[in-house]
Design a protein around this ligand. Structure first.
Ligand SMILES: Cc1cc2nc3c(=O)[nH]c(=O)nc-3n(C[C@H](O)[C@H](O)[C@H](O)COP(=O)(O)OP(=O)(O)OC[C@H]3O[C@@H](n4cnc5c(N)ncnc54)[C@H](O)[C@@H]3O)c2cc1C
Ligand SMILES: NC(=O)c1ccc[n+]([C@@H]2O[C@H](COP(=O)([O-])OP(=O)(O)OC[C@H]3O[C@@H](n4cnc5c(N)ncnc54)[C@H](O)[C@@H]3O)[C@@H](O)[C@H]2O)c1
Length: 466
């Protein structure tokens, strides 16, 4: 039986980085993948999603171009061309992942991996390699990095709905799409389908989209959604889906019905732990996840670790990568490196994107008295075209220390802008530091260093509750 220092289950964002850094530091490493090299982000997540966001953006740019003097002939979008071009790019990236892992001297196993015991892994056939024989290998340490999978609501007719995995390979673009859920995926795909010309209905159970984001940003997004051609159905719960000869009927509690060609459930993800044999290795789970901390991704079994979406920490690619990198270095080449997981920036790649770093006003007000600075304006790009929808920027500042605790934005280029500001929030710069910074004109980003007048002061919630 082959023996390794480290065996990684899952070649996604976290697993690939962990394997590569461990191998570079002298460990004998193996990795197993059952579906697609590079994992969710590369194959069914960040990368194909962003390519489709670009496709939708082009439509809006073409529509606005005549206001800038372009004589635009009638244009049409071809879904097949987009999907085929996107698939070629993904295949290219798959190849890069495989050759990068091989070059690092890592043994690659194509198949479905599961625990036999805390030091033995069995790899069996999978969709990616149906004819592979079952083999067993031994490893001193094992990293569980199997990622997650979309969740379907348990309602009658759920089998008629698609999830994000399907959305990347539809044979044709649906003319009408009803999306359930207003988290990252619901909002992003609402922007994609509306931008490509579909009639989009967005159904969500809360009063505002994007639960967990700053309340004012959520309100601003709720105002923008209809301006981007999306019909919103807040505070509504789906009841059942019926198949008709010419599409589907999505019934909502309370009696309303949405007629559509496609029901898309964007209702969260759950870790891929079924069939992993975690019990045979003695690994404890809680609510379907493996509990760890991002800084120290140890499970309750001393030689077994867990990173990425399978854990109860963050569910983003850069955090999965950082967790994998940190773990490999801790095990094979301690460097004392740390990452500021607490100030992980987040973006929702809507057609007017949302990006954020640090605390929301609601989170910060629990601990601090606050000075809030906001700005709302029509981006210059939209002036000639008359396109509707304002950008919104917000700084959440600790009133005592003047440290900027959070920066939030919705509007063009927000993710690119907030990535830069994430350094300022991570290094705990003050509002005075922002004010000392000269703006870069004319940009939307300069508003972050020119907001001189406080919008409001908020006393600490814990004080006002006394
Ligand atoms: C539509 C969508 C868009 C997204 N967009 C973004 C974005 O813009 N930015 C961002 O930061 N994050 C985004 N994410 C989230 C991001 O993709 C995940 O957080 C990230 O991929 C998690 O990495 P991971 O290593 O934990 O798992 P994954 O990347 O999912 O990799 C796990 C791998 O393990 C394999 N596997 C599972 N079980 C086994 C087994 N038993 N044996 C062998 N192999 C196995 C799987 O096939 C998979 O390839 C998006 C997700 C989705 C679904
Ligand atoms: N840009 C990015 O970074 C990005 C993009 C896509 C996905 N992701 C990652 O993938 C994860 C999954 O994305 P997601 O959008 O599916 O999940 P999410 O948790 O962001 O949103 C889930 C949505 O489904 C709704 N929902 C859940 N259960 C429901 C029920 N029983 N009835 C009605 N509505 C219900 C929620 O209210 C919410 O609106 C994200 O949390 C994120 O970590 C990140």
């Amino acid at each position: 039986m082959q023996e390794f220092d480290l065996f990684v289950i899952g070649a996604g964002s976290g697993g690939v980085r962990c394997a590569r850094i461990a191998a570079q530091n002298g460990a004998r490493v193996a990795i197993a993948e059952r579906r697609h090299w590079g994992g969710t982000c590369v194959n069914l997540g960040c990368v194909p999603k962003k390519l489709m966001v670009y496709a939708a953006d082009y439509g809006r740019e073409i529509a606005d171009a005549p206001a800038y003097g372009w004589d635009v002939k009638p244009v049409a979008h071809d879904w097949r061309t987009l999907i085929e071009a996107k698939d070629r790019e993904i295949t290219r990236l798959n190849g890069i992942y495989v050759s990068m892992l091989r070059k690092a001297g890592i043994s690659l196993f194509t198949g479905n991996a599961r625990f036999v015991d805390a030091n033995t892994i069995e790899i069996g056939p999978s969709l990616l390699a149906p004819d592979e024989p079952v083999i067993r290998v031994k490893a001193k340490r094992i990293v569980v990095a199997p990622g997650s999978t979309p969740v379907r609501l348990d309602i009658p007719g759920a089998e008629h709905a698609i999830v994000s995995d399907d959305a990347f390979h539809l044979a044709a673009r649906p003319e009408r799409v009803a999306i359930i859920g207003s988290g990252y995926i619901g909002v992003e795909f609402a922007g994609i389908f509306a931008g490509l010309g579909s009639k989009v209905d967005l159904v969500y159970r809360s009063d505002l989209p994007l639960r967990g984001f700053d309340q004012e940003v959520r309100s601003h997004l709720a105002e923008l959604l209809p301006l981007h051609g999306i019909a919103v159905h807040p505070s509504r719960t789906p009841e059942r889906i019926e198949k008709e000869t010419d599409g589907y009927r999505l019934h909502l509690e309370g009696g309303d019905v949405i007629e559509t060609d496609c029901v898309f459930m964007a209702t969260g993800r759950r870790p891929n732990i079924d069939g992993l044999g975690l019990d045979r290795a003695g690994v404890r789970t809680k609510d379907g996840r493996i509990p760890v901390s991002a800084e120290e991704p140890a499970t309750n079994v001393p030689n077994i670790y867990a990173i990425g979406d399978v854990t109860d920490t963050y569910n983003l690619t850069p955090t999965a990568i950082a967790e994998g990198h940190l773990l490999a270095e801790r095990l094979y080449a301690p460097q004392g490196r740390d990452w500021s997981f607490g100030t992980t920036p987040k973006a929702v790649f809507f057609s007017s994107p949302v990006a954020t770093v640090g605390l929301t006003e609601e989170e910060a007000a629990e601990q601090h008295a606050l000075d809030i600075y906001t700005s709302s304006f029509t981006p210059m790009r939209q002036t000639l075209s008359g396109r509707k929808g304002k950008a919104f920027l917000k700084l959440v500042v600790d009133a005592d220390s003047q440290i900027v605790l959070g920066a939030h934005m919705i509007g063009p280029d927000a993710p690119e802008i907030i990535q830069g500001l994430a350094i300022a929030v991570t290094t705990r710069l003050t509002k005075r530091d922002f004010d000392r910074t000269i703006g870069l004109h004319p940009t939307s980003a300069e508003e972050f260093v020119t907001m001189r007048t406080r919008t409001r002061h908020i006393p600490r919630h814990s004080d006002s509750k006394r």
